[in-house]
Design a protein. Structure first.
Length: 123
């Protein structure tokens, strides 16, 4: 089970890295007007031309491969709830790499996620 937990953690690290790259990349683009189809299509075109977006896709793809390896090692009913640790990793990464603010509600929610992961893992 330790091997599966480690694999899930590694998969979530890759996924979190991809999400951070996505956010950094779209922050550099002009936000689309979602009421205008042309603006939205131009945004999509810019996304598809951005190398960091493609790198983010690659990181997430690696995470999926590691996740599938973890699934081969353990039950889905155990693995999937533990996968929620990505919320925790993303909160920390957003603070470290995107300078996002962490308020009391985010901390409280994160503590609830941690409690849930612990409960699932020890059951």
């Amino acid at each position: 089970m330790i091997k599966a937990l480690l694999l899930i953690f590694v998969a979530e690290l890759w996924g979190t890295g991809g999400q951070v790259l996505f956010k950094r990349s779209v922050n550099e683009l002009e936000a689309p007007n979602l009421r205008c189809a042309v603006s939205y299509l131009n945004f999509v075109r810019c996304i598809l031309k951005t190398p960091k977006i493609w790198l983010g896709f690659c990181l997430i793809a690696i995470g999926v491969v590691v996740w599938l390896t973890a699934l081969a090692q353990t039950e889905l009913s155990l693995a999937f709830p533990i996968k929620s640790m990505q919320y925790i990793l993303t909160l920390v990464a957003a603070r470290l790499f995107l300078n996002e603010r962490i308020d009391a509600m985010k901390i409280a929610g994160t503590l609830l996620v941690i409690a849930g992961i612990v409960m699932i893992t020890v059951s």
